[in-house]
Design a protein. Structure first.
Length: 271
């Protein structure tokens, strides 16, 4: 059963924060339990808030909530910290989706808070199909972890990692991963053009291929390797293509280097 907080403050309701807010309300969180703090709320956010009785930028001081969700841009944290610190009491669960900001970074700026969850969602969260990696510090109680799990599931699936350092690898894989897939579509389309297809047709074919393969993965319980085998006839066209992709200098080492580079950069940003 989903566990929602009795009070929640969302700081930053841009694309990701806004998507999470919509997911929470859709999953059953009462709008009256939510306060949004955003310096430039969009018209869409204002309309959504009015429809669901969500407070935006109240003029009176806000009491420390049960959950404080940080959805601002990471570079805004230092400037926002003085305003945020009073919102994070010893009983508040802080859930951060700030890329590159460690729990230690957050603790230094929110000194009264004890319980922190650091999460890394990805872009498909905006359509309810995201995947978030999450790590909790030892002060997070089972009840608080269940609440964080419910909130993150508002925009997709959640995978918990045992150590916070692994969030950097999550960032390199699934956080940045949608961009890799989008680039694959670009490359497939260009490859189709090289074989004589009109550019617009090649792009439609490439997009539909990746969309369909993704949906097949979503609906099937079979491993990706089995699905690959199922569309590969011995000596056929797919086998000929895979011989290139699976060669010594093929896709596997390239993807490994790609994820490693993104992970290294995430670690550098985390300090």
């Amino acid at each position: 059963m989903a566990e929602f907080p009795k009070s929640l403050v969302l700081v930053g309701a841009g694309k990701m924060g806004g998507a999470m807010l919509e997911g929470w309300i859709g999953a059953g969180l009462s709008g009256s339990a939510v306060t949004v703090m955003d310096p430039l709320p969009s018209d869409e956010l204002k309309a959504f808030a009015a429809q669901h009785h969500i407070a935006i930028n109240p003029t009176t001081p806000v009491a420390a909530p049960e959950v404080l969700v940080l959805g601002i841009k990471p570079q805004m944290l230092d400037a926002a910290a003085p305003q945020l610190a009073p919102l994070a009491s010893a009983q508040t669960l802080v859930v951060s989706i700030l890329a590159g900001k460690t729990i230690a970074n957050l603790k230094a700026r929110l000194p009264q808070a004890r319980a922190f969850v650091r999460a890394m969602p990805n872009l498909p969260a905006s359509v309810g199909r995201g995947i978030s990696g999450a790590a909790a510090n030892p002060s997070v109680t089972p009840h608080q972890r269940a609440i964080a799990d419910t909130l993150l599931k508002g925009v997709g699936r959640v995978e918990w990692v045992a150590r916070e350092e692994l969030i950097d690898a999550v960032t390199g894989l699934s956080g940045s991963g949608p961009a890799y897939v989008f680039y694959l579509v670009e490359c497939l389309a260009k490859a189709g053009e090289a074989q004589g297809l009109p550019a617009d047709l090649a792009l439609r074919l490439a997009r539909a291929t990746v969309e369909g393969a993704g949906e097949l993965l979503h609906q099937s319980d079979l491993p990706a390797s089995t699905l690959r085998h199922n569309v590969t006839s011995p000596g056929g066209t797919t086998a000929a293509g895979l011989q290139i992709l699976m060669g010594e200098d093929g896709l596997a080492p390239l993807i490994e280097s790609t994820v490693a580079a993104a992970t290294r950069r995430a670690t550098e940003l985390s300090g």
